[in-house]
Design a binder for this molecule. Sequence first.
Ligand SMILES: C[S@@+](CC[C@H](N)C(=O)[O-])C[C@H]1O[C@@H](n2cnc3c(N)ncnc32)[C@H](O)[C@@H]1O
Length: 180
Amino acid sequence: MKNVILRLGHRYERDKRITTHVGLVARAFGADGIIISDINDSNVYESIKDVVDRFGGNFFIEMGEKKQTILKKWKDLGGEIIHLTMYGIPVPNIIDIIRKSPKDKLIIVGASKVERLVYEMADYNVSITSQPHSEVAALAIFLDYLFQGSEFGLKFQDAKMEVIPSEKGKEVHDLRDKDK
Ligand SMILES: C[S@@+](CC[C@H](N)C(=O)[O-])C[C@H]1O[C@@H](n2cnc3c(N)ncnc32)[C@H](O)[C@@H]1O
């Protein structure tokens, strides 16, 4: 089963850091990739790609396709759509149903105002509290509920660098040294 993030409404200057963070959270927590609709932003692409190259994994980044096309294709291929919004059903009340479904999941986070069509096309509108906050926080909490903490045990294929948890300081192994 695939778990892919769809970022809607990305604006070049204003959202470049936040959209990059959405991508980095998606990757670190075990999603398969991110799609950024309607726009190509090489800045965001390069920032996420740089982390994938150094820390590993097969996380994909796609951009530029129209939102309506992405949503329609996802549904036509039998996938389901989960939209994170403060107006939705609280995640603890719905996550078991979402987790049990074997369908590929497209998890949407907005930037600017999200239009009504998305609420209607979504199989689930899910809230992470009913207060306004951040797409980065919303995505992290949603994925943690979905994966039930298994993100802490993830290993990333072909990583060049690996952080070794330590109580103090920074321990980073350069895995390329192993090949020498
Ligand atoms: C900063 S908000 C802007 C939302 C925008 N003002 C609107 O009316 O749709 C950006 C995104 O963060 C996510 N978000 C913010 N608060 C949330 C919450 N409490 N639960 C779930 N998602 C949330 C949603 O995906 C939202 O589209």
